[in-house]
Design a protein around this ligand. Sequence first.
Ligand SMILES: Nc1nc2c(c(=O)[nH]1)N[C@H]1C(S)=C(S)[C@@H](COP(=O)(O)O)O[C@H]1N2
Ligand SMILES: [Mo]
Length: 372
Amino acid sequence: MDGRSAEPGRDDAAPGERGGHAIPAMLQRAPDNLEPPFSALDGFITPVDRFFVRSHFEVPRIDPDAWRLSVEGTVERPFEIGLDELRRMPARTQAALLECSGNGRIYLETTQVGIRWGLGGVGNAEWTGVPLADLLNRAGVRPGAVEVILEGADAGEHGPPQHETPGRIAYARSLPLARAMSPEVILAFRMNGEDLPAPHGRPVRAIVPGWYGMASVKWLRRIVVVDRPFHGFFQTMEYAVWERRDGLATLEPVSEAQVKAQIARPAPHEIVPRGTTYRVFGAAWAGEALVERVEFSGDGGASWTSARLLGEPVRYAWRLWECEWDVPVQPGGRVLMARATDDAGRSQASERDPDLRDAAISHVLPIEVEVR
Ligand SMILES: Nc1nc2c(c(=O)[nH]1)N[C@H]1C(S)=C(S)[C@@H](COP(=O)(O)O)O[C@H]1N2
Ligand SMILES: [Mo]
């Protein structure tokens, strides 16, 4: 058997993806958090039924006809807008990757509180929506504004005892004003050409391309322009990392996604036939930058070869890649690795940086397979 033919839909496809079906794993129920197997990767766009779901609270029930989004705070002309009016505004369609900042958490050794993602907390979809800047300009941002808070309609009490919230809080995240004003930050109502599905934010969610998924607030209900930094739960207690400045550690909200390559096939713990040539296949992404290079190692990082980048570069989306691996004749466990570098020369770290807490898992991951 040759690894080249290890494609979903073929008879020799990895378990869990036979016939092209990739059954997402339920990582948590109520709220449902779903992780499809990353090994089912088979194209540039992730179909909706294979797109991971990360929700902190139950999906809010929203009647699209009654839905209103308010734009308020440090603005000249606060207003509300409904779905029909939003859909009539000039929209743009763009591919963008979402990676949960906890994607890959099973590779961390520390005791963690977050959801235990494997490699599947990432997807690449095509989103259609209206630039946030167009709504902010209509409201007229007042001088002194520094951030824009995006608030979802989902709410609840949250976290283990050491993280208790002050009663019910809504899911909310802020963006620096300059980022909120950039044209690719959109309020999306379509995903891969369909109306946005309920688990992904129906009727309208934000898409903040190049940032980790937590910034792309689902089920939008309020946009609040503020004249001081927001220190909400989801950018302090969670989704925040330590930065060192002048020898002092300061907690900063997680923002831009870091450069990263993942191996889709072979899947972790897949049995690979010895002495064959296996077509290793995966995806790489680089936040707001472009992927410049992907390297592959079949021997736990001792030696590296360049992978082929497939297709064309698309900013904010992932880039598929492949690499031939001469599988050793000697049976036994092997550790595979992939490492990406972006066009600013940034590369993945080989060791985990503990300042990143349980977020932004972008160091080189060891993928164990069995050669037989
Ligand atoms: N309102 C709201 N928006 C949210 C979340 C949430 O729980 N509530 N989760 C965030 C996180 S952590 C991620 S990774 C992405 C996941 O988007 P998806 O479920 O469409 O994949 O949504 C973000 N937006
Ligand atoms: Mo996330």
